[in-house]
Design a protein around this ligand. Structure first.
Ligand SMILES: Cc1cc2nc3c(=O)[nH]c(=O)nc-3n(C[C@H](O)[C@H](O)[C@H](O)COP(=O)(O)OP(=O)(O)OC[C@H]3O[C@@H](n4cnc5c(N)ncnc54)[C@H](O)[C@@H]3O)c2cc1C
Length: 461
């Protein structure tokens, strides 16, 4: 870790904060060294293939509105280096028992309309925060700077300083309005009865309107890699696979930045810190952990409200009271019986291509006697079913299909080898379902076939 002319700054830890700090300093002409313990840069922006080939899972961060909104990122313009963002059809959905899900759209008016009696509250609390724009975001994210938007910050602070539970009850009248605010605030992983939790919810929801809730196309690792590439292009050096144990291990530099947690800072630099600061770090209590599960799915989630499928982020936690109770348990170190779950659904491109190919390689034919279905991308299979064996036909249209005007027909049959047959990805699938049911009735009338359901099987008479 040496350089003939030395370094101006050494950054320890190549998570998003360490990477951005290194790039900002290098772009000011500083000689920067970035040292990372893991074999790859990124920290919680890394991707791993946790499940199946073709599925890249983000280890931590996936939905990154602040990577568009924060001043440091805005100025980097990483899109110039090929980084691309993907925006879901709408940022988030919040399902509720026995009601339609609340949808958070990019458009605040549309979101507010969906909240009925709480439309005005949404405009007043979240819409106003979104309208305050980058000035407010910069003021909130750079508390040590001269505030760029002091008035907007003061207005935001009036509501934002409250506990989320208070703001929800004071400003929102409907269960849906209160629940959606609680879902936003629960991203803070704090007890929602604590001050400032309202502010988290307001800012996050407002970002959905002002910049969206994008994900990085190809996975968050690409953002880390783009930052590392930018650092390299500015003359910075990166050493991965190099855990720093003591500051003395590092080359001389005018500044050392530690992108580490308090206990890690103590371990690396404890002997160089003033005793009072060291004592503060020793007293620091980490927040609660999160439990993350990664799944590879073989199809869309069958949400009760199919509109939910258009969101990348789904808040599963129920009402304000249920979310607040779950977060209170977590904050007190107890396992909640019904935890608040943040569900992020991303479609991997190989999977999408496979589904597209499967749809393209699919053909069906309905005669007045039978249905023939030919399918298979590599190997072809043809299924044939006598029409009189169709017991029922349903029309199924996942959200992605609705966007392109196609759908599926699911046939429930009395054929033991094909109890369920799918006709997938066809235009006007509902009309096809009707046509099949009529043809089934006609063939049964012609043949005088009647179907009886008996325990353990079916009888045709
Ligand atoms: C499950 C999960 C989901 C999340 N989802 C989101 C999300 O969707 N959107 C969002 O904005 N945020 C999300 N976050 C939060 C986000 O990931 C963090 O805020 C962010 O990663 C913090 O970045 P950082 O650079 O400070 O630290 P980190 O990302 O933790 O990086 C620290 C780096 O330091 C390295 N390091 C540690 N010790 C040493 C040492 N001694 N020597 C050298 N290197 C060392 C580590 O290997 C690591 O690479 C999520 C977090 C988690 C855990």
């Amino acid at each position: 870790m040496t350089r003939a002319d030395g370094f101006d700054a050494v950054v320890v830890g190549a998570g998003p904060n360490g990477l951005v700090a290194a790039v900002v300093m290098a772009s000011e002409g500083r000689r920067v060294l970035l040292v990372e313990a893991a074999d790859r840069v990124g920290g919680a922006l890394r991707c791993e293939q946790f499940t199946l080939p073709g599925f890249q899972h983000d280890v931590g961060a996936t939905v990154l509105p602040l990577a568009l909104a924060s001043r440091a990122f805005r100025h980097l313009e990483l899109e110039r280096d090929g980084l691309t963002w993907a925006h879901p059809h709408f940022p988030a959905a919040h399902p509720l028992d026995g009601a339609n899900a609340v949808l958070l759209h990019r458009d605040p008016d549309r979101t507010a309309r969906g909240l009925g009696r709480d439309a005005g509250a949404w405009h007043g609390v979240v819409g106003a925060t979104a309208r305050a724009g980058n000035g407010l975001v910069d003021t909130l994210l750079s508390p040590l700077d001269v505030p760029r938007a002091p008035l907007a910050a003061a207005r935001y602070g009036v509501c934002g300083a409250l506990p989320a539970t208070w703001l929800a009850r004071i400003r929102f009248r409907t269960e849906a309005g209160r629940a959606v605010l609680a879902g936003m605030a629960a991203h803070s992983v704090l007890d929602l009865n604590q001050p400032i939790t309202a502010g988290y919810g307001m800012l996050l929801a407002a970002l959905a309107h002002s910049v969206g809730w994008p994900v990085v196309r190809g996975g968050s690792q690409r953002l880390a890699d783009a930052l590392a590439a930018r650092l390299g292009s500015l003359g910075g050096e990166i050493h991965t696979g190099t855990p720093v144990r003591r500051l003395a291990d590092l080359p001389d530099a005018r500044a050392v930045l530690l992108d580490l947690t308090p206990r890690q800072v103590l371990a690396v630099a404890g002997d160089r810190l003033p005793p009072r600061y060291r004592a503060r770090l020793q007293r620091f209590r980490y927040g609660p952990g999160v439990f993350k599960v990664d799944w590879a799915l073989d199809g869309p989630v069958p949400w009760h409200d199919p509109q939910v499928g258009g969101a990348a982020t789904v808040h599963l936690g129920g009402t304000l009271e249920e979310i607040a109770a779950a977060e209170r348990d977590v904050a007190r170190g107890r396992l909640p019986t019904r935890p608040f779950v943040l569900c992020v659904l991303i479609v991997p491109i190989p999977w999408a291509i496979w589904r597209w190919l499967s749809t393209r390689c699919f053909a069906y034919e309905v005669t007045n006697q039978r249905i023939r279905i030919r399918q298979g991308v590599f190997s072809r299979r043809t299924d044939s079913l006598e029409l009189y064996r169709v017991k029922d036909a349903s029309f199924v249209q996942p959200f992605v299909m609705r966007m392109v005007g196609i759908g599926n027909v699911e046939l429930e049959t009395s054929d033991v080898t094909n109890p369920v047959l799918w006709i997938r990805g066809v235009p006007d699938a509902d009309a096809l379902r009707e046509k099949i049911l009529k043809a089934v009735d006609a063939v049964r009338d012609r043949k005088g076939v009647r179907e009886l359901d008996v325990p353990g099987g079916h009888l045709h008479s």
